[in-house]
Design a protein around this ligand. Structure first.
Ligand SMILES: [Zn+2]
Length: 136
């Protein structure tokens, strides 16, 4: 039997399973990683805003997006310091910094010190964790 675990907003894994596709659920709630170059948002170049696929919080804008060549949508900064939460991640025998939606704890990806100016950081995300809305 599956355990029902509620997050700090009182949302349970059952709630998220109803709302998301199995692929979105795996990435955002089970800390999964989509295949590189598998998601169309990797190549998205239009102006617009990237939202959390779980809760709809605004996370990134097209202004900070760049083509990292990694195969995952990459940004040099989040939309604000409050939007994205950073957590030490020591899984898979690596030391990395995981990035989460600060509002609902959705797993987004990792931040690595390999981005362009002005931050030098690369917020490497899964397209499955994001919902893109182009500008009108
Ligand atoms: Zn969220």
């Amino acid at each position: 039997m599956e355990l029902t675990i509620a997050d700090h907003n009182g949302k349970t894994n059952v709630h998220w399973r109803d709302k998301l596709t199995p692929e979105q659920y795996h990435v955002t709630r089970e800390h999964g990683t989509e295949r590189a170059f598998s998601h169309p948002l990797n190549l998205e170049k239009r102006a617009g805003t990237y939202y959390c696929v779980c809760c709809g919080a605004a996370l990134f804008t097209s202004h900070a997006k760049f083509d990292s060549g990694s195969g995952w949508p990459s940004f040099f900064e989040p939309i604000s310091d409050e939007a994205v939460k950073e957590v030490d991640d020591r899984s898979h025998f690596m030391r990395r910094t995981e990035i989460l939606c600060a509002n609902c704890d959705a797993h987004l990806g990792h931040v690595v010190p390999a981005g362009p100016a002005p931050t030098g950081l690369r917020y490497c995300t899964n397209g499955l964790a994001l919902d893109f809305k182009p500008e009108e």
